[in-house]
Design a protein around this ligand. Structure first.
Ligand code: N01
Length: 541
């Protein structure tokens, strides 16, 4: 088998995915002198920002924070136009990165990896693509993204729908024009909250099908004033330095005391200030908001007041109030004109919590026996998050063990980076790391740097493999669970817990310890000689 293999199909490393993580992984591994092949299912680079082209798609992390910091030249030369970057602008940035660092020759587009098996004889990963391609690699890096396996709910009758339907996470490349149409949007998470105001401006009628109201903070988006940003948070490098040691990977001041130690007036003033900062700054408002029900309730009350201020019809406002889960336990949304959209004459809201969507008919959606006729349906219904894109690849470790099987009761990783029984396999921002609770770009750079250092260590020490130990993995899984259990996060049916995917085990997947403390833990692991890993010497393969 090995004899027959074309040399071209033998590389040092395979990276799956060409988004923020895959592009940087390629750059770093090349820097180590490793021959590297990237496989990307899309017809272009960009990952999340290649697929999520829905109206209003925008990052809710500020552009100055949502960019690579590994290259001072790149930081210097790229100019963002708005405080929060549009999808198209982020995609253009990633295309620029691919060109600037000459990454494209090592990226195979339109190529979906279907499986990879670890060969214990050779200590290599044998990687298969859906099109029947094969490549052998010593190291395998899953840069598949945490929110890339889109989920359309299993609703009877969808095939019979006479109009067009879309999922926000796999939006067509050509422009979709809703002018003059009756449009349904199903889902009011971040994608719904971003797309609803934009679709409402174009469509004739918009019906929003809401199962769970979100907490949404005004973005306060505006043309980017680099000088003002510099005065507030310093140079991009200075803000990144602060983000790296923060909890959320953002440069804002964090956790300014307990919500309960302030008077009502002080607390409201503080929340107003945070609100004016815009976006995700609200997360870090108090030290106890995620652990104390009363502190959390104070923030919930603030939000309820804000929503009531922004929505004219009190009955509609009541429908939009998140009531049955604590603030922050589902992803907080960032909006531009979301609540005000419900003041428009052409927008209505249908509550599908008590009475779920029964079926899709040729003409629309049936809820509570009422048929809502529409021309188009937009499913803003989310993803099989964190594990979906990894387990979609048939990964086989030692003795042919399946990763999907190993994770059937919930994902198990060491530091979110590696899995016992799967040598030389690395996950970027995997379950068990801060990942989706953080600014992804900060976490991606930290992970890729760590992985590159680990690979260099394996190579320099003459070992064949690095592999998480079962003891290390068990202890880490327990720690991740313990930290999550000390907070309020189990009180919501969130995608963090897999609650949006029927049958998915209810396990809080990301690590809540924070970006800075987590990175410190990873650094200690490396400095301590990778004590939670076993290094297999070449002669004991
Ligand atoms: O998906 P979601 P998303 N019937 O899972 C509802 C990131 N992101 O694509 O909450 C009716 O959050 C579901 O209801 P419920 C960000 O991390 C970032 O919006 O399960 N409704 C929910 O309202 C975000 O969190 C940006 O009860 C159904 C919605 O669909 C993550 O991606 C922008 C349903 C799904 O919300 C995912 O966001 C966009 C059904 N059968 C996204 N099934 C940035 O700005 C599901 N729902 C960076």
């Amino acid at each position: 088998m090995i004899m027959e293999r074309d040399m071209r199909d033998t590389v040092d490393a395979v990276v799956v995915g060409a988004g923020f993580a895959g592009l940087y992984a390629l750059h770093r591994l090349r820097g180590l002198g490793l021959s590297t092949r990237v496989f990307e299912a899309g017809s272009g680079v960009g990952g999340t920002w290649f697929w999520n082209r829905y109206p209003g798609a925008r990052c809710d992390v500020e552009s100055l924070d949502y960019q690579y910091a590994f290259s001072p030249e790149l930081l210097d030369e790229w100019r963002w136009s708005e405080r929060y970057p549009r999808q198209g602008e982020i995609l253009a940035y990633l295309e620029h990165v691919a060109d600037r660092f000459a990454l494209r020759p090592d990226i195979e587009l339109n190529t979906r990896v279907s499986g990879a098996a670890f060969d214990e004889e050779t200590s290599r990963w044998e990687v298969e693509t859906e099109a029947g391609g094969h490549v052998s690699a010593r190291f395998l890096i899953m840069a598949t993204g945490c929110l890339s396996a889109a989920r359309v709910p299993d609703l009877p009758g969808l095939d019979s729908f006479a109009g067009r339907w879309f999922h926000t996470g796999s939006w067509p490349h050509e422009e979709v024009d809703f002018t003059g149409q009756r449009v349904a949007v199903v889902g009011t998470g971040s994608s719904g909250v971003q797309s609803i105001p934009v679709i409402a401006q174009q469509a004739d009628q918009l019906v929003v099908f809401q199962r769970t109201p979100s907490f949404s903070v005004p973005a306060v988006n505006e043309p980017l004033d680099v000088e003002a940003a510099r005065r507030q948070h310093g140079t991009p490098m200075q803000r990144r330095a602060r983000a790296r040691v923060s909890i959320g990977g953002l440069p804002y001041p964090e956790h300014e005391g307990s919500a309960l130690e302030m008077s009502d007036e002080e607390r409201t003033r503080h929340l107003e200030e945070r609100s004016r900062m815009g976006g995700l700054a609200m997360y870090g408002a108090f030290s106890d908001v995620m652990v104390d029900q009363d502190a959390n309730a104070a923030v919930v009350a603030f939000f309820h007041d804000k929503i009531r201020e922004r929505v004219d019809d009190p009955a509609v406002a009541e429908r939009l109030l998140p009531r049955d889960y604590p603030f922050g336990t589902k992803r907080v949304c960032v909006d531009t004109g979301y609540y005000e959209t419900f003041n428009r004459d052409n927008v209505t809201i249908v509550d599908v919590r008590e009475s779920p969507i029964e079926e899709i008919t040729p003409r629309g959606l049936r809820v509570g026996g009422v048929e809502h006729e529409v021309d188009a349906i937009v499913f803003a219904t989310g993803f099989d998050a964190m594990t979906g894109a990894v387990t979609a690849v048939d990964l086989r470790g030692r003795a042919g063990a399946s990763l999907a099987q190993k994770w059937s009761a919930g994902p198990r990783t060491y530091l979110g980076l590696a899995v016992a029984g799967f040598p030389n396999l690395f996950l970027v921002t995997g379950p068990g790391s801060p990942s989706v609770l953080s600014n992804m770009v900060v976490s991606i750079e930290q992970h890729v740097d760590w992985i590159a250092d680990a690979i260099a260590h394996v190579r320099d020490s003459g070992a064949a493999c690095i592999e998480a130990t079962v003891a290390g993995e068990d202890a880490w899984v327990d720690h991740v669970d313990e930290v999550a259990s000390s907070t309020l996060v189990h009180r919501a049916n969130s995608w963090y817990l897999g609650a949006n995917v029927p049958g998915k085990p209810r396990v809080f997947m990301p690590y809540m310890g924070g970006v800075g403390p987590y990175a410190q833990r990873c650094d200690e692991e490396a400095r301590g000689g990778y004590a939670g890993f076993a290094l297999t010497p070449t002669d004991r393969r």
